[in-house]
Design a protein around this ligand. Structure first.
Ligand SMILES: C[S@@+](CC[C@H](N)C(=O)[O-])C[C@H]1O[C@@H](n2cnc3c(N)ncnc32)[C@H](O)[C@@H]1O
Length: 275
């Protein structure tokens, strides 16, 4: 390892340690390569030159922390993202859920909420929403604030309409929102059974027992140590025969928890706890 590379690694470890000890945000077990890239994006946009300079700013001014959090916690999301996932959910998971009198769903790492509203729409269409309670959590308060509004940019509705239909929706997607200036304001009834809350997968514990846990495109940013922590948390939070849904690029394979699940739809990373 070259000297400058070694110094950079030490500085990053110190920054992450400081963020954890002072603010409680634990990025120490995130995948290093992408974390580094994102930290450097922040350094450049703040017109700084070293990781240590960023550390000084972050520890003395929480506004820098907020900006760094937004940069390092990739918040990209979309309604009906990966439509094939929703098709499988409708075809394979909904029939299982129909057998339950009450259904608890946890969206972990929900970002600005688009996937949660998508699920609420699907469940309303399947006549299950009234028996559901959806817990939508993220470690980032700023994205949760947007999620709670249920208001998204109108210009995205054309794309979301297509994704909704590809995901098996057969109504007019515009039934679900009202256009107001640049915004699409989603029907407030979609929010009736959703609880948005702060939860950090790196540091917090289980808070309920669920029938479904969806954590899509979140663990991809974690190293194997943190992924294992989260799989343990999910295993302990799922009732027997509960359903776990991961992102397309994520998997249970090769984790110590693989043996406790059976695939419901392998290609969509949908599993069912069987032990
Ligand atoms: C790329 S988004 C995925 C959003 C959505 N699940 C989807 O698939 O479209 C990743 C989200 O995970 C959240 N996240 C990252 N680390 C987290 C942690 N330790 N605990 C809870 N949420 C976390 C980020 O704040 C971000 O909102």
């Amino acid at each position: 390892m070259s000297e400058s590379h070694e110094l950079e690694t030490i500085e990053i470890q110190l920054l992450l340690e400081g963020m954890f000890r002072y603010y409680g945000f634990d990025f120490r077990n995130y995948a290093l390569a992408s974390l580094k890239r994102r930290i450097w994006n922040t350094i450049r946009s703040e017109r700084l030159t070293t990781v240590s300079a960023l550390q000084e700013k972050v520890l003395h001014n929480p506004a820098y922390l907020d900006r760094l959090l937004l940069d390092i916690s990739v918040n990209v999301t979309a309604m009906f993202r990966d439509p094939s996932f929703y098709i499988s959910f409708r075809n394979k998971v909904v029939p299982l859920l129909r057998t339950y009198p009450f259904i608890r769903i946890w969206h972990a790492g929900c970002s600005t909420g688009e996937e949660v509203y998508s699920m609420a729409i699907l469940l309303q269409e399947e006549g299950l929403y009234d028996r559901c309670r959806i817990y939508a959590t993220d470690m980032n308060e700023l994205v949760l604030k947007t999620a709670k509004t249920g208001i998204f940019p109108l210009k995205q509705m054309q794309e979301y309409t297509q994704l909704y239909h590809q995901a098996g929706g057969n109504k007019a997607f515009s039934e679900y929102y009202t256009a107001a200036y640049e915004n699409a304001i989603f029907r407030s009834s979609l929010k009736d059974n959703i609880v948005f809350a702060h939860h950090n997968l790196a540091t917090d514990n289980s808070f309920n027992e669920f029938n479904v846990i969806l954590c899509r495109n979140v663990m991809i940013y974690f190293n194997s140590h943190l992924q294992e922590r989260v799989h343990k948390l999910f295993y302990e939070s799922l009732g027997m025969f509960g359903v776990l849904g991961l992102g397309h690029q994520e998997s249970l394979t090769f984790t110590p928890y693989e043996k406790y699940y059976e695939p419901i739809e392998s290609s969509e990373k949908i599993y069912r706890r069987v032990k």
